[in-house]
Design a protein around this ligand. Structure first.
Ligand code: B12
Length: 215
């Protein structure tokens, strides 16, 4: 039965029907399907297909926008459920999170934030298109254990390196750990720019963050 929901969800994103995405998500939750499975098996595959169709020229920007709208509508329903399921009481650490300058992709970053919160981290989400200086000044103000940098474009990944450099210049290089992620980001890139951690997805981000704070 779950597989049927997942296939319908994937299809609703590909067809660009945000209301259907939202309705199917609601029905799947009511049927007792785990929210993380809905994301992993229904929504992310749909977004991947939309992304591929965009890169081959079959889809245009409005198609991406409609699919993202569907994903976000679903996330509004799923986030409270994800948080409910973990209800961690221990404070695991403080994380500042944001998508780097020039980049407005927010869905993956927000998912990482939700999963970190669900696992007891106090998350300060600075949003998207965050200036390098803002990461530095917020780090000074909030004294986080970790800064998480998201980038979805090959042209904005370089700003992850800029943030790491700016933190070092501000004397915070060894006080705060930096983890990076986003579709084009690889472990090799993370190593090259001197990041302390990299994860492929939101669950991996939680694992890395736990390691970085020694838990
Ligand atoms: C939705 C989307 C959009 C939406 C974003 C809406 C929003 N509110 O977020 C809109 C329509 C606005 C958009 C715009 C553009 N987009 Co776009 N977009 C996508 C799409 C289809 C899905 C992204 C997504 O949300 N995925 C779902 C989430 C859950 O996955 P995720 O973001 O990868 O995040 C996961 C991991 O990467 C990781 N992660 C993410 N962040 C972090 C951070 C840390 C610290 C860690 C540890 C892990 C981590 O965990 C997340 C959860 O599992 C992708 C294709 C794709 N499959 O990636 C293209 C894609 C990223 N976009 C692309 C492009 C080119 C653009 C535009 C330039 C288009 C244009 N010509 O204007 C603009 C750029 C605007 C800008 N300046 O940022 C290209 C990028 C190509 C490249 N290599 O650079 C892609 C790959 C599409 C393609 N195949 O060509 N886009």
């Amino acid at each position: 039965m779950s597989q049927e929901f997942f296939a319908k969800l994937t299809q609703s994103l590909i067809e660009g029907d945000p209301d259907a995405t939202s309705e199917i998500t609601q029905t799947a939750l009511a049927a007792g399907i785990e929210p993380m499975e809905i994301i992993k098996q229904g929504l992310i595959p749909g977004m991947n297909v939309v992304g591929e169709k965009f890169s081959t020229g079959e889809y245009f920007l409005p198609d991406l926008i409609i699919a993202a709208d569907g994903m976000q509508k679903a996330m509004v329903l799923l986030e409270p459920e994800l948080l409910k399921r973990h209800q961690a009481i221990e404070s695991t650490g403080i994380v500042i999170l944001g998508t780097v300058k020039g980049d407005i992709h927010e869905i993956g970053k927000s998912l990482v934030g939700t999963m970190l919160s669900a696992n007891g981290f106090k998350v300060f989400d600075l949003g998207v298109d965050v200036a390098t200086d803002t990461f530095v000044s917020k780090a000074r103000e909030l004294k986080p254990d970790i800064i998480g940098l998201s980038a979805l474009l090959t042209t904005t990944m370089v700003n992850q390196r800029e943030v790491i450099k700016a933190l070092a210049s501000a004397g915070m290089g060894d006080k705060v750990k930096v983890m990076v992620g986003g579709a084009p980001v690889t472990r090799g890139w993370a190593e090259e720019i001197g990041a302390d951690g990299y994860a492929e997805d939101a669950m991996g981000a939680v694992q890395i963050a736990r390691q970085l704070v020694g838990k």
